[in-house]
Write a protein that binds this ligand. Structure first.
Ligand code: SAM
Length: 244
């Protein structure tokens, strides 16, 4: 089986707004669906290349296929190794049958009218993003919802950023999620760090649990430091590291 394969399966009941035909044990996406419906309105009908990192049972994937893939030349890539994330493997372990996850994803996708526009990359986001970058792929819309461990989120974000077109949208899930007591295990610190570094090109919008970024070039121009030492002072350094 090729690592990049078409998840194209015959559609059975193409009725985009009726989601009862899908089967989700964890319908997390339902909580943010109405938000997505309104924020993505300007994207409807446009030719879009979309990337999703973290698909699970296909709740967000099916919504995107049903709602943002109307243009005949639109296409989507979904990345998931179907092994779950750290939050599925740290005590207390949630009872979820990962052996059935990929089949559930495929079954849900097969019910989408636009299933033939989807490519599945069944592998880690590290491997998938490097392959896509090497192929010089570019995207109009990227959804990051795979590993929730901060360093993984940051890594996914940095690799995705280079593939986001100007004017494109990058969405992070789980901005408010605090699954662990240590900040370094939660996505928030990664999203904050990324946004601060990408500030010259970022237009930023926060919802209750997500961050939506539009890539806007040259938003913040660089200003030459006139101090001849070209060094941060002690106080500045302290303030810099204390800032969240
Ligand atoms: C929170 S779920 C995605 C939920 C989905 N977007 C939805 O709306 O229902 C996270 C998914 O990311 C996958 N995942 C976690 N870490 C990953 C990694 N490093 N590479 C690829 N997939 C990963 C897991 O297998 C899981 O299916």
């Amino acid at each position: 089986m090729s690592c990049v394969e078409s998840a194209a399966l015959k559609s059975s009941a193409p009725t985009p707004n009726n989601r009862t035909r899908y089967s989700f044990e964890h319908p997390w996406f339902e909580e943010i669906r109405s938000e997505w419906e309104s924020i993505t309105t300007p994207l409807r009908g446009k030719k879009l290349r979309i990337l999703e990192i973290g698909s699970f049972e296909g709740a967000s994937t099916t919504w995107i296929l049903d709602n943002l893939m109307d243009h005949p030349e639109s296409s989507m890539v979904a990345v998931d190794h179907f092994g779950g994330g750290m939050d599925h493997h740290v005590e207390p372990i949630e009872n979820y049958n990962f052996n059935a996850l990929e089949a559930r994803f495929r079954s849900n996708i097969s019910k989408c009218e636009n299933s033939s526009k989807l490519e599945l990359m069944k592998m880690s986001s590290d491997d998938a993003l490097l392959k896509l970058r090497q192929a010089r792929d570019e995207f109009d819309f990227i959804y990051i919802d795979a590993s929730h461990v901060a360093i993984d989120v940051l890594h996914d974000a940095v690799l995705c950023w280079r593939m986001l077109k100007e004017g494109g949208t990058l969405v992070f899930d789980d901005f408010s999620w605090k699954g662990y007591m240590e900040h370094c295990y939660n996505p928030r610190i990664a999203i904050f760090s990324f946004v601060r570094c990408a500030e010259p090109e970022v237009e930023y919008k926060e919802t209750e649990s997500q961050v939506w970024i539009t890539r806007v070039p040259n938003k913040l121009k660089a200003t030459r430091n006139q101090d001849p030492t070209l060094m941060y002072g002690e106080d500045e350094l302290r303030a810099f590291f204390n800032a969240s």
